[in-house]
Design a protein around this ligand. Structure first.
Ligand code: DMJ
Length: 933
């Protein structure tokens, strides 16, 4: 450590102080930044900050209190049904459930948050509960990564603060390292996962039986994600250094060494997934979000915590590559590790929102401000960051599980700049959480940020991270009972003390390899950021960086911002044809296709099929353009398919005691009132008799003027609609008859018509899976009168909703924009889910097919998929639309000279190797298409 201490942050800085500067770079910046801050966003008064801090405390109590009351000792709270999530007792959600090990996950993940939020008494109780109740010997298969960051990290964070409190002399006087003993037990339980030749851990382990034994039911996996294998060092090293058992740090270091070895040597990037036996990259796309994120974070933080220069060298090497290839400010876009100038995606995932925070720690503030601002614009549009969004800021995956990454970056940027703008950002996050995610029994994840519908899910990281970062954002030093700068945040925001760097250091000494000394470190930044340099007498520095990005989301053009690699601009050549611009009737485009080795086949049914034979391309560069064109076409077509489907709708319970807080995701109908074009429909609910709604209702007086509940099955959806409409219902909700089905686990679908004219159906019809439906049925049992709102997007919950005491159903019918209710009934065949899904598929005959034909990809897009003029634009950062050709031309002029990689792709490659590369790309692309977060 002393060696590192001599090089970092200026030699005169004493070693102890240095850790603090590096670990809490942000705090260092704050000291300087607050002193220079004089203008820009209005400063926030101490009172207002305290008010917001108190609001965070109240919100935490609401989340934690409901978990403890209704879910504990279960792993997580299900905030809509107000009960614990116990693995095996709920329908499986796939990989997400691998975080649940029947070890009271949320309690452990919340331990150090309690101390940060000054709830010392509650912390003491919580530690006693962990020691009394938590069992680690469960026959359950868990994710090694999640168990490490949430449970091992939670126990170590709890232990770190327990010993701090004990030392202070008031609380935890009875504590004798008991949490550390539990952590050690867990550490030993995870070790069998490392039994691979590479040293990379298996992704999952059975807590009771380990791996590979038949009873373990795991250990046959071949791949893991880079973050999964590369996010262990902080917790494992802390465990080793706290206990003296060196094995943990050794194993984590070995895994990191292997990943470093396997980096793609020419780009210095890593892929998303790796084979744990061979070390081959399974997915060769690379970004800073899902699958890789915390690998980078842990390299930098391992340097901070352990003082080992090799980690900083590795981090800086990767960071340089990230900034060269992935960073396209304000965007961060995935690329291929072998062809890093080639974008692998046109969308970003929400996990990358942590990156600006990491850039602050690194001291690279400008791009951090830019990316954070872009993300904030997306949040302002959708209230939350959708799980994935496109380069032109449309929603790609609409969920939001209350992730904390954006709050984390906001906190670090505030610490670095002292700019009160970031306090306002935090205030917006608090408001949105209360307005859209708060439910009577906690906070519910967003199922769809566009509709405001909820998922019955409150992940433990919400308590471990979100409240910590939000509270710290508004807290002054005296609001926290210990010095936060003495600790480093793990990726789950658990706190590890920096003094660990000088304790039990034997492992780091042993493992210093010679390779690192060979690295050219002339570009390496060994110093901490200095706000005096970052903001040279310019209090408006951060604001001036944000300003051009203010409208980046609203004014973005449909085309989005897509980088095109340099060789596309080779002298005299036009930029390559983009899939969005392609017109099958444009002779010039057909000529370009031919050059790229792409042939166009007119099929009998009117569709066209594109097939690429790389060998027929005019040159290797044209062939590569062709490959990219095909990839874009695949992505474009699948996007178009998604867009052609009706978006989900929302059923919002507005009566007492819900007052709009519970929003359920509902499937739309291809018939009846279109809720996206009409005012929402509001009314009390009533069950129809017969419940399946397949014949004339026998209780028309009960459903008249109300929203009828009908069970799925036995007849067509349209028939049910007609029957309830004839009885005078103003809307209908079809509830799935498959018990236990849920939109958490099954894809939503649209209710198809009956193949005949359905214009006679005037009322809105929505579909709920059984779990969501039973929330309404339970509410009726408990409160009798239950009023709901059917809409395309949940209405903002406002005080009005709580005051509006049960409006009459007559008024509700008038809300229907005077729609006439006509009656007509038709005899139809029986229908089930399959047939209605089939109908909706049939309405999209242009569905894609992707095939390998002699090293060629084929695709069948519709002929009308593009518009040559409307889309021939991209956006600049001022939000103005500019001509893509000009922009690319300008870019090429500036990049040609300066970019050392400019010759990449101009190299003449043997055709065999190009073909092999293309096949790899196609495989990777197919893999990405299947990939989910
Ligand atoms: C957290 O569990 C950790 O931050 C992890 O590194 C990735 N993200 C989740 C929360 O989004």
């Amino acid at each position: 450590m002393s060696e590192a201490g001599g090089r970092g942050c200026g030699s005169p800085v004493p070693q102890r102080a240095r850790w603090s500067l590096v670990a809490a770079t942000a705090a260092f910046c704050l000291v300087s930044a607050t002193s220079v801050w004089t203008a820009g966003a209005e400063p926030m008064s101490r009172e207002e900050k305290q008010k917001l801090g108190n609001q965070v405390l109240e919100m935490f109590d609401h989340a934690y209190g409901n978990y403890m009351e209704h879910a504990y000792p279960a792993d997580e709270l299900m905030p809509l049904t107000c009960r614990g999530r116990v693995r095996g007792q709920e329908p499986s959600r796939g990989d997400v459930d691998d975080a649940l090990g029947k070890f009271s996950l949320t309690l452990i993940d919340s331990l150090d948050t309690l101390v940060v939020l000054n709830k010392t008494k509650e912390f003491e109780d919580a530690v006693r509960k962990v020691l009394r109740d938590v069992n680690l010997d469960n026959d359950v298969v868990v994710s090694v990564f999640e168990t490490n960051i949430r449970v091992l990290g939670g126990l170590l964070g709890g232990h770190s603060l327990a010993i701090m409190l004990k030392e202070k002399g008031e609380y935890m006087q009875w504590y004798n390292d008991e949490l550390l003993q539990v952590a050690k037990q867990l550490g030993y339980k995870l070790l069998p996962a490392f039994n691979t030749t590479s040293g990379l851990p298996y992704p999952r382990i059975n807590l009771k039986f380990g791996i590979r034994k038949p009873e373990a039911r795991t250990g046959t996996e071949t791949d893991t994600c880079t973050a999964c294998a590369g996010t262990l060092i902080l917790e494992f090293a802390a465990l080793s250094r706290f206990t003296g058992a060196t094995i943990f740090e050794e194993y984590a270091r070995k895994a990191l060494d292997f990943l470093w070895e396997k980096r793609q040597r020419s780009s210095n990037l890593v892929g998303v997934t790796i084979n744990i036996h061979t070390g081959d990259w399974v997915r060769k796309d690379s970004g800073v979000g899902a699958g890789i994120d915390s690998y980078y974070e842990y390299l930098l933080k391992a340097y901070v915590l352990l003082g080992d220069d090799s980690f900083l060298e590795r981090f800086n090497t990767h960071y340089d590559a990230i900034m060269r290839y992935i960073s396209q400010p304000p965007l961060l876009l995935d690329v291929h590790i072998h062809k890093p100038m080639l974008n692998a995606r046109t969308w970003m995932d929400a996990l990358l929102a942590f990156f600006p925070g990491l850039q602050v720690l690194k001291g690279d503030i400008r791009p951090a401000i830019e990316t954070h601002e872009m993300l904030y614009q997306v949040i302002k549009k959708h209230n939350f960051l959708p799980e994935a969004f496109t380069t032109d800021f449309r929603v790609h995956w609409a969920q939001h599980p209350l992730r904390p990454e954006f709050a984390e970056s906001t906190y670090f940027l505030y610490k670095a700049t002292g700019d009160p703008y970031y306090l306002e950002v935090g205030k917006t996050l608090i408001e949105n959480l209360n307005k859209y995610a708060r439910v009577p029994c906690g906070f519910a994840a967003m199922k769809d940020v566009r509709t405001g519908s909820h998922e019955d899910r409150m992940d433990s990281f919400f308590l471990a991270e979100m409240f910590k970062y939000l509270y710290l954002l508004f807290a002054d030093k005296e609001d926290i009972i210990f010095d936060i700068e003495d600790y480093i945040f793990t990726t789950e925001a658990h706190l590890l003390p920096l003094w660990l760097s000088t304790t039990n250091q034997s492992i780091s000494k042993k493992n210093t390899t010679s390779e690192y000394t060979e690295l050219d470190d002339s570009n390496f930044d060994w110093t901490c950021p200095n706000t005096q340099i970052l903001f040279p007498n310019d209090p408006l520095y951060a604001q001036s960086i944000r300003e051009p990005l203010k409208n980046v989301v609203d004014k973005s053009c449909p085309r989005g911002i897509i980088r095109v690699r340099e060789e596309s601009f080779r002298s005299g050549a036009k930029p390559p044809l983009r899939a969005r611009d392609f017109m099958a009737t444009n002779p010039e485009h057909l000529e370009i296709l031919k050059k790229m080795g792409v042939s166009l086949i007119h099929l009998k049914d009117g569709r066209v099929q594109l097939v690429q034979h790389a060998i027929q391309a005019a040159s290797s560069i044209d062939a590569e353009d062709g490959l990219r064109f095909m990839q874009e076409m695949i992505e474009l077509s699948s996007q178009q398919q998604k867009e052609q489907q009706l978006p989900p709708r929302a059923v919002q319970i507005v009566s007492h005691p819900f007052f709009g807080r519970v929003v359920l995701t509902a499937g739309p109908a291809q018939f009846g009132l279109d809720l996206s074009k009409h005012k929402e429909t509001r009314g009390f609910v009533a069950s129809s008799k017969p419940y399946n709604g397949c014949s004339e209702l026998t209780n028309p007086e009960a459903v008249m003027g109300k929203i009828a509940l009908i069970q799925r099955g036995q007849c067509m959806f349209a028939e049910k609609a007609r029957n309830i409409q004839n009885a005078g219902a103003i809307g209908g909700i079809v509830i799935d008859d498959n018990e236990g089905s849920s939109s958490d686990t099954a894809p939503l679908f649209q209710m198809a018509g009956d193949g005949k004219d359905t214009d006679d159906i005037k009322i809105p019809m929505l579909f709920l899976f059984s779990k969501e439906g039973s929330i309404i049925l339970d509410a009726i049992r408990e409160y009798e009168e239950v009023e709901v709102l059917l809409s395309d997007k949940a209405k903002d919950r406002d005080p009005e909703m709580e005051n509006e005491e049960q409006p009459s159903s007559e008024n509700d019918s008038q809300n229907q924009s005077g729609e006439q209710i006509s009656s007509s009934s038709q005899e139809v065949d029986l229908v089930d889910q399959e047939s209605s899904e089939e109908n909706s598929l049939n309405s999209h005959p242009e569905l894609l097919s992707l095939a390998d034909v002699d090293n060629a990809a084929s695709i069948s897009p519709s002929e009308q998929t593009s518009n040559p003029t409307e889309n021939h634009e991209t956006t600049n950062l001022n939000g103005e639309c500019t001509d893509l050709d000009n922009q690319l031309q300008e870019q090429s002029e500036t990049e040609e000279d300066s970019n050392p990689n400019v010759s990449w792709g101009k190299k003449v490659q043997p055709i065999d190797s190009i073909l092999a590369d293309w096949n790899e790309d196609i495989e990777a692309f197919e893999m990405m298409e299947k990939d989910e977060l």
